[in-house]
Design a protein around this ligand. Structure first.
Ligand SMILES: C[S@@+](CC[C@H](N)C(=O)[O-])C[C@H]1O[C@@H](n2cnc3c(N)ncnc32)[C@H](O)[C@@H]1O
Length: 206
């Protein structure tokens, strides 16, 4: 398990990273990648969407262009306070402080559950994926963006020491274990030298 796959450590990490997150983020995960992933979902204007691990609200902002019904959750008060600066604490977004592994929502609450750049910090990703499936409506979709496993063995060692990086085979295993039987993976990259993102879109079983 990587050093940041620990909830308390990840919270401390984001206490500091939240101050510069929006300046660093575009080198790895930019608006073009986010908007392309949002387009894959074809969100309807009356869809209810949950953004798990919303951070400073980078994906929330894109999702809000598609529907007024956006709920966003994060475990870091510092990341959330940056999101409140953008949208207001009680503005168009329903914010929640909480844990991806114990989502504070009833079963079948959302048409879409989205999570970008957060799974790599979850110590029990399969449990959290099960939670995403539980709160999504049957026939809905779950989209998860995570870091693709590097090809180079030196980078693999560094990646494994920090957090969860995974390839398509590992994504297949996690999503199947979480109860999904239909999903597809997509690879995106901000530029030729930047780390790749792996995005999985899973159908929620009826
Ligand atoms: C790289 S940021 C991604 C932010 C945003 N989703 C985006 O697309 O830019 C990862 C976020 O996941 C949050 N996070 C990590 N572990 C979490 C957990 N167990 N439950 C909820 N949020 C978590 C962190 O606090 C952080 O804000």
């Amino acid at each position: 398990m990587g050093v940041l796959e620990d909830k308390a450590r990840a919270r401390t990490f984001y206490k500091y990273l939240s101050t510069v997150y929006d300046r660093i983020n575009p080198f790895i995960w930019n608006e073009e990648m986010r908007d392309e992933a949002i387009d894959w979902l074809g969100i309807d204007s009356d869809d209810r969407v949950l953004d798990v691990g919303c951070g400073t609200g980078f994906a929330t902002e894109g999702l809000l262009r598609e529907t007024e019904h956006v709920y966003s959750l994060d475990q870091s008060p510092h990341q959330l306070s940056k999101a409140y600066e953008k949208f207001g604490k009680r503005g168009p977004v329903q914010f929640h402080m909480g844990d991806a592994e114990r989502l504070p929502f009833a079963d079948d609450s959302f048409d879409i559950v989205w999570s970008s750049g957060s799974i790599e910090y979850w110590p029990n990703p399969v449990d959290a994926l099960r939670e995403c499936r539980r709160v999504a409506k049957p026939g809905g979709r779950v989209l998860i963006v995570g870091p693709d496993y590097p090809n180079n063995t030196v980078f693999q060692k560094v990646a494994d020491a920090i957090m969860l990086f995974y390839d398509e085979a590992e994504a297949d295993r996690m999503f199947e274990e979480a109860g999904f039987d239909s999903f597809e993976h997509y690879i995106q990259q901000a530029s030729a030298n930047s780390p790749r993102a792996i995005t999985t879109i899973a159908d929620v079983p009826e």
